[in-house]
Design a protein around this ligand. Structure first.
Ligand SMILES: Cc1ncc(COP(=O)(O)O)c(C=O)c1O
Length: 461
């Protein structure tokens, strides 16, 4: 990571460029606009998930191959969105296509175990250093079941999370994320604020948030929860935050969290839905060398099919093995998903693939850092494995509060539409990062840097 000296960027110029680029983008996506008009008559908001919404209309994607996607207007993009960070294998990877085609012709659902599920479990156990695995169909299911297991293991109800971290859309964790910054309160006593309507207060009150990168604050809050007679069952966290751009753990932070959770008898869950299989073969667990008690996976684990997985120690999974906790689901370990996951683990996400992803990420970070420096833009680049971001901020971001105080949301918005107009498909939203795939080339990375440099020139002209 490197920082540049803070520089003031002309706000009027940012807005002028954003408006110009938005007009250009609207003009190049008329079929998406028409599809949206049709979609909104029968699909709420014209999208299957509210996270796919966009003003004035979402971009409808028709096809993906390798590092590229095409929208319904025929615009070609290099995909840095990659399905919210799921498609680290690239689109329609031949090994995954072959595995899915083979299985689809042999039946797609039995609700019975098969050999692929064993092979996937064996490989995940090796990579994440946790011996026992179970399957679900999304990241939300994985975190929901993991928390229930932790509660059963400890006999406690309260849970601790990091303020601003997203762990899926169930009630336990739709708390203290994406909420009005003014209402979050003191870091030693963050409010438990529901994210959207319909979440019972009794549930959100059981979820306690603490700041990222502050083990002392976590320790104080856990101690207080003990003193108040409501000790926590678990700490659920991302080892590197992936929804404030990318925020890595400060040196020693994860080790301190590991030590204190062990001392308090609190289950440590690394939510690796985004980091697992993208930042290293064994996710953040391998990358940072700290092994939690449980890991949750989704996104990249399915090779492009809906999937989720929970890994844990033998001792923890005993509550599932003994049927004390009902860890269930009709489509868990679905044969298509397991075929894709196995092909992905055995043939695509090899150690050579991670060498390639690291090389690509470095190329992007070096290029973007050079542009930031040359044009004196306020920001820095940060990346891990296939993940990374240009963070427009005059100061280093270490947690939600520093993100909200420093991130330049207007520049981030301009960068998104600027990229889209230059064939770079980025995840929308100020919280997001890029995800590279094994199909990306160094030339693809250079295209990203070139588009960024063009924006820097326009901003500073
Ligand atoms: C860290 C993390 N956990 C859980 C989830 C939820 O996953 P899903 O959308 O598959 O339910 C997400 C989704 O973005 C995530 O980023």
């Amino acid at each position: 990571m490197s920082t540049t000296a803070p520089t003031l960027v002309d706000r009027a110029r940012i807005r002028e460029l954003t408006e110009r680029e938005q007009r250009r983008f609207d003009a190049s996506t008329p079929k998406s606009s028409q599809m949206y008009e049709r979609a909104r008559r029968s699909m709420v908001g014209g999208v299957p998930s509210s996270y796919q919404s966009r003003d004035p209309w979402p971009i409808f994607i028709e096809e993906g191959r390798g590092s590229r996607v095409w929208d319904v207007d025929g615009n070609e993009y290099i995909d840095y969105h990659n399905g919210f960070g799921s498609m680290v294998q690239g689109h329609a990877h031949p090994a995954i296509v072959e595995a899915v085609q083979r299985q689809v012709a042999r039946g797609t659902h039995f609700a019975a175990p098969n050999e692929d599920a064993i092979a996937v479990s064996e490989e995940l156990a090796r990579r994440f250093r946790l011996p026992m695995w179970r399957y679900v169909n999304s990241g939300s299911e994985a975190t929901m079941d993991a928390i229930r297991i932790a509660r059963a293991v400890t006999g406690r109800d309260t849970i601790v999370k990091i303020f601003g971290s997203y762990h899926g859309h169930h009630d336990y964790v739709m708390v203290s994320i994406g909420v009005p910054f003014a209402n979050i309160g003191d870091p030693d006593d963050y409010a438990s604020l529901p994210y959207g309507a319909g979440i019972p207060k009794v549930v959100s009150d059981m979820t306690i948030a603490v700041p990222f990168n502050d083990a002392a604050a976590m320790e104080r809050r856990i101690q207080r929860l003990f003193d108040e007679g409501r000790p926590p069952a678990c700490v659920i966290m991302e080892a590197a935050m992936m929804n404030l751009g990318v925020v890595p753990p400060e040196p020693g932070y994860l080790e301190a969290v590991r030590e204190l959770t062990r001392r308090f008898g609190v289950v440590l869950i690394f939510d690796e839905v985004k980091t697992g299989l993208t930042v290293a073969a064994g996710g953040a667990t391998e990358r940072f060398g700290v092994t939690p008690d449980m890991v949750t996976l989704a996104k990249a684990v399915g090779g492009g099919l809906p999937a989720g997985a929970i890994g844990a120690t033998q001792e923890i999974m005993e509550v599932v093995a003994s049927d004390k906790v009902k860890q269930v689901g009709t489509y868990n370990g679905n044969p298509l998903t397991m075929a894709a996951a196995r092909a992905s683990l055995e043939q695509v996400l090899t150690s050579a693939a991670y060498d390639h992803l690291n090389a690509l990420d470095n190329r992007l970070m070096e290029g973007c850092t050079r542009v930031l420096r040359e044009y004196h833009l306020p920001g820095y680049t940060v990346g891990i494995g296939s993940k990374g971001a240009v963070t427009f901020s005059p100061a280093k971001i270490t947690d939600y509060a520093s993100f909200m105080a420093n991130q330049d949301a207007e520049l981030t918005e301009l960068a998104w539409v600027w990229n889209m107009n230059r064939g770079i498909f980025m995840t929308p939203g100020r919280e997001e990062e890029w995800t590279l795939s094994v199909a990306h080339s160094l030339e693809d990375a250079d295209r990203y840097v070139a588009a960024f440099e063009e924006m820097a020139q326009a901003l500073t002209a």
